[in-house]
Design a protein. Structure first.
Length: 388
């Protein structure tokens, strides 16, 4: 008996097709894998009235970059370049002896000393003291720290902008000029930890961050389509948002991902394909080979954020907890599943208990922090296609 039921895969196809349309999702690639059986479908078009989506089409995977950055960091841990609980001062002197805002929405000069140094684990768990908080989006006036991040072109508290960011040394120097928003270890704050990890990994490995990813993750796993940019713009899906229900182009194929960025953003900067993300999933399902130790896989895929640290994170995490650079399920259905979503319209899910990986790549930006129905329903259909 096949690990995936043919009738269940036919239902999955029907679910995916039901979301295609000029006012919904123009195109997508769906990948499902279980016990070596791989099912990939390319549906729709890369743009309005554009070429058909192909299996090797490239999508901006946005925050699915984060687990890849996390895996590369853990690969360096396995190499012995640093440990999870090492402080980062030796590689990132810009973050030594940080100051901390008395209030996250307060003036930048109203600070106290950090109670302790930032560790590698703090960056991986997004608890190092800086990042997106739901309160900043609900504020009547922009917080001073938000205005400063914008002025410094850090792209830490909103969508990435590859061509607008400074180079890594400039970026970390500018970032280090700001106070932290919370004490290290105090609270989960989204996004920025993965950006800092890219700089840390490059300095620790004495190589550019793209080279770290290539040598530690992409080459060993055969992820030939994953990168921070591509000259093959005919493969790239046009990015759309629909703030008023009608699709609007936010990035064309020859846009921000068509040339090398100064700052390779470890939080949201990668392009990828469904097959590459299935290869990444397969690495976890086989215990980390050939890039991570079983101990590193275990660290990445267990919940590491306490209820106190979680604070107001529900708007971002929903029912998930957080491991190292990715979300994990610690209660309810599918305990042990992990993955993450990309705000440009992508999702990635791995469930070791079900021996299942699901990838959904679209080019329609999320309207909320949680993935829209197309992702949830395709993942449910994938579970429905499992044979005993």
């Amino acid at each position: 008996m096949d690990p995936l039921d043919p009738a269940g895969l036919a239902r999955l196809h029907d679910v995916a097709v039901s979301h295609l349309g000029p006012e919904a999702v123009l195109g997508m690639v769906v990948g499902v894998e279980r016990d070596g059986q791989v099912h990939v479908e390319a549906l729709g078009t890369l743009s309005i009235d554009g070429a058909p989506v192909r299996r090797d089409s490239l999508f901006r995977i946005a925050s699915i970059t984060k687990p890849i950055t996390g895996a590369a960091t853990l690969a360096l841990v396995d190499e012995g370049l640093f440990s999870l609980d090492d402080t980062v001062d030796g590689w990132l002197p810009e973050l030594a002896e940080p100051r901390v805002l008395r209030r996250m929405d307060g003036p930048l000069d109203d600070t106290v000393a950090a109670r302790r140094a930032i560790t590698v684990r703090d960056l991986l768990t997004f608890t190092f003291g800086f990042g997106m908080a739901v309160e900043m989006f609900a504020a009547a006036e922009p917080w001073p720290v938000v205005e400063a991040v914008t002025a410094l072109r850090l792209a830490s508290l909103g969508p990435t902008s590859p061509t607008a960011l400074p180079d890594p040394d400039e970026w970390i120097a500018a970032f280090g000029s700001l106070p932290l928003m919370c004490q290290p270890g105090e609270r989960w704050l989204y996004n920025t930890g993965a950006q800092v990890l890219g700089v840390l990994a490059a300095r620790a490995a004495d190589a550019s961050f793209p080279e770290v990813l290539r040598t530690r993750i992409f080459d060993p796993l055969g992820m030939t389509g994953t990168s921070f940019w591509t000259p093959e713009t005919d493969r790239v899906a046009t990015a759309y948002a629909a703030p008023d229900g009608a699709l609007q182009v936010t990035d064309p194929p020859d846009g921000e991902w068509s040339r090398p960025p100064k700052f390779p953003d470890g939080a949201a900067g990668l392009l990828s394909t469904a097959d590459d993300l299935l290869s990444f999933s397969r690495m976890f399902l086989r215990g980390g080979e050939p890039v991570l130790s079983p101990a590193s896989v275990a660290e990445m895929t267990r919940g590491q954020v306490s209820a106190a640290q979680r604070g107001g994170a529900d708007a971002f995490l929903g029912g998930w907890s957080w491991g190292l650079c990715q979300a994990v399920t610690v209660s309810g259905h599918h305990v042990g599943a992990f993955g993450w979503n990309g705000g440009f319209g992508t999702s990635w899910l791995v469930d070791p208990s079900a021996r299942l990986a699901v990838v959904v790549l679209t080019q329609r930006q999320f309207e909320t922090a949680q993935p829209p129905a197309v992702h949830r329903e395709i993942q449910a259909a994938a579970y429905g296609a499992l044979t005993p």
